[in-house]
Design a binder for this molecule. Sequence first.
Ligand code: G3P
Length: 217
Amino acid sequence: MKFFVDTADTAAIRELNDLGMVDGVTTNPSLILKSGRDILEVTKEICDMVSGPVSAEVVATEAKQMIEEGNKLAKIAPNIAIKVPLTWDGLTACKAFASEGHMVNVTLCFSAAQALIAAKAGATFISPFIGRLDDINLDGMQLIEDIRVIYDNYDFKTEILAASIRSVNHITDAARIGADVITAPPNVIKAMASHPLTDKGLAQFLKDWDATGQKIV
Ligand code: G3P
């Protein structure tokens, strides 16, 4: 499973990237706002740091303007994945970008039908938003499962990029189902290393070690 980091915070990306944990990065307009940085400048910095796909999102709503914006974003670096929303115009732009050989991440996917039509439009990645479905008492993980079955039935090459990940359980459930990629905030990825029994066990080991009076170095 590939790990993408869902942030435009370059310090957080660098910390995980130095550990070899970053296979790619996803950004969106809200994350650019949070970073307080210029989109072109911060995206370039991320692309220079990370060798995998870096998603940068268009903000136009009509295909023609989306294509203009996407072409500008694609010039930032060869590892840009142009991100478009799952609308009819977004799919039109997706097809155009894919035909030009660009990677495309189709975002804001909330149904299996949307995922199927995005694959038909040549999406490199489909981004189903798990957390936002859970927020309205629907089952985000069921959507990942449905898309997996559909893509496997017809051997679609579009990668399932589980997004809107809010918890460690989201990541392990998506991995069990067979999502190709997760994108998660840095704090959720770091939380994967934590377990209360690890903390408890370590405290006991350290207490017992003190009692031996020994030193290793
Ligand atoms: O990758 C999509 C993500 O940024 C949205 O997450 O938590 O705002 O639903 P969230």
